[in-house]
Design a protein around this ligand. Structure first.
Ligand SMILES: Cc1cc2nc3c(=O)[nH]c(=O)nc-3n(C[C@H](O)[C@H](O)[C@H](O)COP(=O)(O)O)c2cc1C
Length: 302
């Protein structure tokens, strides 16, 4: 039984990664399990300079998911390189850095630095719904995504994954922008824009008013989008959105994802990713699947 994959040139021992912003830089979760068991770790969104993020409250519960408006709080790429990367390198797992910025030049500058580091790839965040500049502003049109991707491509020799927003009417077209701009892969979905109101105060619960919804609530939307994107591009897909077990992971792979990420599921149970790996192996045994890659895109439409 072979669970290993080559995702856009990144070798992983299994297709399970942890989603950006839900695993920090790995330190907290390393107290629960050996991070070397993971296919890969996708870091918190990392920018050129440190960012303090949005005002609290920045998270709240919703039925089958959570709303967050963290606003890309992070210590900046230089701090990451000096303090977090040496820690992550102790583990035998792929390290993918989620990169963010407010302007195209920010993306280029952060990626120039990332290209010099001992990491396996970069996930370009063109999809955060919680900041006014950059991210989703670039990520909402074919042209915007193509432009940022192609300009980053010129300075980045490592595998480049472009992370897409679901807050658009045609995500397949946006994915094509990433492919045409030279991305090696796309990842989807980031969170969906939502809002919760405190009916006593008659005010939104989050200080930012709106936030991104993640967790099982968004899974069927994400599966549909992964399928649509798989029909539109020929580069591999990293699928995510509400995955909390092996069954969910297999669903995404059948829809067309070559690898998957677990996000909010890590908060509900820190062992979610490890359990998911075991459950994928059980499914492979039960269905006599030799290579996990063999199931990618194998859904038969009615
Ligand atoms: C608290 C929180 C912080 C996040 N931060 C980032 C981030 O920095 N960069 C990014 O690309 N996505 C970020 N995301 C989005 C997740 O990586 C993921 O795409 C999304 O939550 C959907 O997956 P899930 O339903 O499994 O959580 C964040 C999500 C949450 C819940």
């Amino acid at each position: 039984m072979n669970t290993s994959i080559n995702f856009a040139g990144i070798k992983m021992k299994n297709p399970v990664t942890v989603a950006s912003g839900t695993f920090g830089y790995g330190r907290e979760y390393s107290k629960f399990f050996d991070l070397s068991k993971l296919g890969g770790i996708i870091t918190k969104g990392t920018s050129l300079k440190p960012k303090s993020g949005n005002k609290p409250p920045r998270v709240c519960e919703t039925p089958s998911g959570m709303l967050n408006s963290i606003g890309l709080q992070n210590p900046g790429v230089e701090y990451f390189a000096e303090n977090d990367l040496p820690f992550l390198k102790k583990f035998d797992t792929a390290i993918i850095v989620n990169a963010c910025g407010s302007t195209i030049d920010d993306y280029i500058d952060v990626c120039k630095i990332l290209d010099t580091l001992d990491i396996d790839g970069v996930e370009l965040n063109l999809s955060c719904p919680n900041v006014k500049e950059g991210c989703m502003a670039f990520g909402s049109s074919y042209q915007g995504v193509k432009e940022v991707t192609s300009r980053v491509r010129k300075v980045l020799n490592k595998p480049l994954i472009v992370k897409l927003t679901p807050n658009v009417s045609n995500i397949a077209e946006i994915a094509k922008g990433a492919e045409d701009g030279g991305a090696d892969a796309v990842s989807l979905i980031n969170t969906l824009l939502g809002m919760k109101i405190d009916i006593e105060k008659r005010r939104p619960v989050l200080a930012n008013n709106t936030g991104g919804i993640s967790g099982p609530a968004i899974r069927p939307l994400a599966v549909r989008m992964v399928y649509e994107v798989s029909q539109a591009v020929s580069i591999p897909i990293l699928g995510m959105g509400g995955i909390i077990n092996g069954e969910d992971a297999i669903e995404f792979m059948l829809a067309g994802a070559s690898a998957i990420s677990i996000g909010a599921g890590n908060f509900a149970n820190p062992y979610t990713s490890i359990n998911t790996i075991k459950e994928i192996e059980e499914y492979m045994k039960k269905h006599e699947i030799e290579n996990i890659s063999d199931i990618v895109g194998q859904v038969k439409m009615n």
